[in-house]
Design a protein. Structure first.
Length: 131
């Protein structure tokens, strides 16, 4: 189940996945929350996903009632940052998909002036090194 969710989120170019027991799995894309499917994930399924994501020590920490921050790499070398917690007493997690490359200023839809400023700063650094 976890791998299917991660693969679809990658394919859809989502930024985050929100999983909580007794709720629908939600994807965040372009700032909007969208359901992964109409199926509701049980708290047992959510706990199983938590178990799949964590090593033994981290899972033990979680079962003692603590939130856990972790990193995960899937079989396709996609990387994720994860915060696992409890929401209304059931397992929940926020999974951030980490991009393989740094987005350009254009992809981030930032103003052109920032590009000029970055070039200027780089020029100043280059000149400082040559002194």
């Amino acid at each position: 189940m976890l791998q299917e969710i991660l693969q679809k989120a990658q394919k859809e170019q989502c930024s985050d996945i929100h999983i909580s027991g007794n709720e629908k799995v939600l994807f965040r894309k372009d700032g909007r929350l969208l359901p992964y499917s109409d199926a509701i994930i049980s708290s047992e399924q959510a706990l199983s996903i938590v178990h799949d994501l964590l090593n033994t020590d981290a899972f033990e920490t979680y079962t003692k009632g603590h939130d856990v921050d972790a990193a995960y790499t899937d079989s396709e070398s996609n990387r994720y940052r994860i915060n696992i917690y409890r929401q209304r007493g059931v397992p929940a997690m926020a999974i951030r998909l980490l991009r393989r490359s740094i987005p350009t200023l254009e992809e981030l839809k930032l103003p052109d002036i920032l590009s000029k400023l970055c070039r200027l700063v780089n020029d100043v650094r280059q000149n400082k090194r040559s002194i």
